[in-house]
Design a protein around this ligand. Structure first.
Ligand code: PA5
Length: 422
């Protein structure tokens, strides 16, 4: 199970953490008891509700059919509708049986044309994932892809279209009329909380990810976080620490690691915390750092710039590959690496970074066993749970996103959405 370590030079941290944990224990308890106020957004809280054995088997069966017949699968979705699946697929997909292509997340004609070009010679299936089937980006891409499929497969195109929407939605109606496969996007799960529903699980399974393992990881984490002693609960500690640091003036949290496999996971995490907490003129700004790469860029600012940042490291415990920079005949000045493997060198770099950064800023370290589907399940649940608790401590509604509507209003006006067409 995941372990939380704290590297902080503040001699009073232990007491301060204890204090904030005591102060907010009623919030934590009401989260565990189930809060009526948020009942319509808590479908994810019990993993089994939308990722039951039957549901997972159904999704696996559909994914197996797609894997049998497709060599490209397009995820049409934006934000919470594609980030979780992409986080796992980009980290863990090991076969190239089905190429996963992302659309519905941009309006750039250059990018969309490039994606279509990639699909030209392939056998294509698509999944339009849209909770609110009014979002422009996926809606526009769905049009383009329907045309693409009809031009390519004529009346057989419908059998290649899956749509994931809420029950009773316009998207479901479309599926009934056109004979597309319909999957349910749970009404009581917001996009950014939807990793363990058909939204995240079908695309992952199409990419060959073991979704049973992922769901098991999430459900084990659920058990772990919802039982046991409150003072030892790592998600509650993490939520309290975030709020403590925020109050102390650290306004930016960077999620960082020395494993580039987490690159797309950062994006999922950034959306989760940014959209859940950034409201009412409050909230930590979530950011990320892909180390070592960014030690040679943002490393300067982190160590030496405005003291606004604290870091949360993801540290993988189990060795994931064996490779050594073995010496050759060339005198290159790197003989101090002789006899060492990259695993140890990478770990030395991690240890050195924490030693250096902790002199300036708080460093939290989340140790995870390894990097596989099970651990991704654990991580998803850990952060979803922490985010809910953290937002409640901050005093904001974790499940809405009123700020996103502002740009949409002006965009719809610019495009004449509600103008009568004569
Ligand atoms: O987390 C959220 O609720 C949002 O990020 C949505 O996932 C995103 O806006 C996409 O919404 P929809 O699926 O309705 O197109």
């Amino acid at each position: 199970m995941l372990n939380l370590r704290i590297e902080d030079r503040n001699p009073h941290l232990k007491d301060e953490l204890h204090e904030i944990m005591v102060e907010n224990k009623d919030i934590f308890q009401s989260v565990l008891n189930g809060e009526d106020e948020y009942a319509d957004s808590l479908g994810w809280f019990s993993v089994d509700k939308w990722a039951s054995h039957e549901e997972v088997q159904k999704l696996k069966k559909l994914a197996a059919h797609i894997r049998e017949n497709a060599d490209a699968f397009v995820i049409i979705g934006v934000g919470g509708s594609n980030n979780a699946a992409r986080a796992v697929i980009e980290a863990l997909q090991t076969d190239d049986k089905v190429k996963i292509v992302y659309m519905g997340n941009t309006l750039s004609p250059y990018e969309l044309t490039k994606a279509l070009k990639e699909l030209e010679e392939k056998s294509v299936y698509i999944d339009c994932i849209a909770k609110n089937f009014e979002t422009l980006e996926p809606g526009a891409s769905f049009r383009v892809l329907r045309k693409f499929l009809f031009d390519k497969y004529q009346e057989k195109a419908n059998g290649r279209i899956i749509a994931t929407g809420t029950k009773g939605s316009a998207l479901e109606k479309l599926c009934e009329e056109q004979g597309y496969t319909f999957l349910e996007f749970p009404e009581d799960v917001g996009g950014r909380f939807s990793a363990m529903t058909a939204v995240g699980l079908l695309p992952m399974a199409v990419a060959g990810i073991d979704i049973e393992k992922l769901v098991l990881g999430a459900s084990d984490m659920q058990k772990y976080l919802t039982s046991g002693e409150i003072v030892r609960n790592p998600a509650y500690q993490y939520a309290c620490l975030r709020n403590l640091y925020y109050k102390k003036g650290y306004k930016i949290e960077m999620l960082v690691s020395f494993e580039p496999q987490f690159r797309w996971f950062y994006k999922w995490w950034i959306q989760l915390f940014g959209e859940s907490e950034g409201k009412d003129n409050k909230g930590l700004f979530p950011s990320s750092g892909d180390f070592c790469e960014e030690l040679h860029a943002m490393g300067q600012y982190i160590q030496d710039g405005t003291p606004l940042i604290f870091e949360t490291f993801l540290d993988v415990q189990e060795k994931n590959a064996s490779l050594a920079p073995v010496a050759d005949m060339v005198k290159d000045g790197f003989d101090y690496l002789n006899g060492k493997e990259f695993w140890d060198i990478n770990k030395a770099s991690f240890g050195a970074t924490v030693k250096a950064h902790r002199e300036k800023l708080p460093c939290l370290i989340l140790e995870v066993e390894r990097l596989d589907a099970y651990v991704f399940g654990e991580l998803f649940y850990f952060f979803l749970f922490s985010c809910y608790v953290s937002a409640r401590i901050l005093g904001v509604n974790p499940f809405d996103q009123p700020g996103v509507e502002a740009y949409k209003k002006w965009m719809f006006e610019a495009l004449g959405k509600d103008r009568k067409i004569s």
